[in-house]
Design a protein around this ligand. Sequence first.
Ligand SMILES: NC(=O)c1ccc[n+]([C@@H]2O[C@H](COP(=O)([O-])OP(=O)(O)OC[C@H]3O[C@@H](n4cnc5c(N)ncnc54)[C@H](OP(=O)(O)O)[C@@H]3O)[C@@H](O)[C@H]2O)c1
Length: 253
Amino acid sequence: MTNRTAVISGASSGIGAATARQLAEAGYRVVLTARRRDRIDALAEELTGAGHEAVAAPLDVTDRAAVDAFAAGLDRCDVLINNAGGALGTDPVATADPADWRTMYEVNVLGVLHLTQALLPALTGSPSGDGTVVVVSSTAGHATYEGGGGYVAAKHGAHVLAETLRLELCGKPVRVIEIAPGMVKTDEFALTRFRGDAERAAKVYEGVAEPLTAEDVADTIAWTVTRPPHVNVDLLVVRPRAQASNSKVHRER
Ligand SMILES: NC(=O)c1ccc[n+]([C@@H]2O[C@H](COP(=O)([O-])OP(=O)(O)OC[C@H]3O[C@@H](n4cnc5c(N)ncnc54)[C@H](OP(=O)(O)O)[C@@H]3O)[C@@H](O)[C@H]2O)c1
């Protein structure tokens, strides 16, 4: 595995940070990207301190020129984890702010497009002969819910990107894997969605016995990535037991 390189976007928190830890543990050199340099620097330090290979590279995935410069500076990429993303608000279609929809499209769809396009030459030419692109979409990429419009539309876009790319790369030594998590209790996802309102964010998980954790999702990502190269897990939907659909959640109280 030495020098096999995994690039992880959104590695400064939640699912991305947990995935970086698990892929480092699996023997990958991990390249940590996100906008918050202090967070990824600290994680790189933690991982190198534990004997792993890790480097931090601050990056805004919506900035195409920055993404291209980042890709040009990489000597190798075997695995790309497109994880950076998120939701803004729960406004109905009738009154939602188009600026929020644009922001969600930029990070959840164009961010994936930018990084994937920039790293595809490295992935198809990877010395291991086993390139892997992971798109962390969501169950919101497969069904809608009231108040979810902008996020659901964006994650459907991420889903379509993954499906289309898999068709287009068929015959090349690159797998395209989509991971679609349901409810995951991470520190920041709901907080970002509700613009820092901790009370509203906490309500998302209220009474749910065991929402998924970032580690649960990272575990599914690491499992798909570490299957033999000819095994392509096209789509993995993972939810907590208490959630049967985007709108059917069992709450204890
Ligand atoms: N939590 C859930 O319930 C859930 C469910 C299904 C799918 N997901 C998806 O899983 C992924 C990770 O979510 P999470 O729960 O771990 O949330 P999170 O902790 O809020 O993580 C989001 C990550 O994306 C990064 N990011 C946001 N905008 C970025 C940009 N423009 N450029 C680069 N990085 C950017 C953030 O880092 P910086 O702010 O440092 O840039 C952060 O590391 C997201 O795509 C989310 O949509 C989450």
